[in-house]
Design a protein around this ligand. Structure first.
Ligand SMILES: [Zn+2]
Length: 222
């Protein structure tokens, strides 16, 4: 049974979308590092206070805090019976910590899915993204254009381009990805955990079944 899954992929490769698809299909919680931070702030835990300090000062949450938070969540909290991890591990250091604390509990990662998308396609995809600032509905300038330009179909809120979806911030995000996160692909390949999935089409029945097939979960078991 595949219960502990990590999603890897460059910015805009669809980690969130595919995590949600797998989470619904396999009934496993989708655990993203961003959600973990937000949850911890809400319950006002001791870790949450640390997280708040960094976020409020515009600082990156340090590894030790992130690692402690993930350990707590996937060993004792929502993910103790399985999970889809999205946004963690982000570095080899985090992956080693994850392996260590799972080992201590005689647990291990079952599969690491690398969403493989051509970088030029990703950049185009991100730059064409638009979002409704009122209800959060996603749009883009190619296949999901609102009926009235700049106006949300559902709530009539303003549809805009996110301020961090620019070429300059993208360059920085891709550089950080290549320098820090991409080495995880070889790390997990060496451990026999890596599954490469070419995610060029949006999630649909066919692509979903293809991914489940790669995980060894045929349609009949799903
Ligand atoms: Zn809207």
């Amino acid at each position: 049974m595949v219960k502990r899954i990590i999603m890897l992929g460059a910015p805009g490769s669809g980690k969130g979308t595919w995590s949600k698809v797998l989470s619904d299909t396999l009934s496993l919680p989708h655990i993203s590092s961003g959600d973990l931070f937000r949850h911890e702030l809400k319950v006002e835990s001791e870790l949450g206070e640390k997280v708040r300090h960094y976020l409020e000062n515009g600082l990156l949450v340090p590894d030790e805090v992130t690692i402690a938070l993930v350990e707590k969540t996937i060993c004792e909290g929502a993910g103790k019976d399985g999970f889809i991890l999205d946004g963690f591990p982000r570095t080899i250091f985090q992956a080693e910590a994850l392996e260590r604390f799972l080992d201590e509990r005689h647990l291990s990662i079952d599969a690491v899915i690398d969403l493989v998308v051509d970088e030029a396609v990703l950049i185009e995809r991100i730059l064409s993204r638009r979002v409704c600032t009122k209800c959060g509905k996603p749009y883009n300038t190619t296949s999901m254009v609102p009926m009235v330009e700049g106006v949300c179909d559902d709530c009539q809120g303003p549809v805009i381009k996110r301020s961090d979806d620019t070429e300059e911030t993208l360059k920085k995000r891709f550089k950080a990805y290549h320098d820090e996160t991409e080495p995880l692909v070889s790390y997990y390949r060496e451990r026999g955990k890596l599954i490469e999935f070419s995610n060029t089409a949006p999630p649909g029945e066919a692509t979903k079944n293809e991914l489940l097939g790669l995980l060894g979960l045929g349609q009949d078991n799903g």
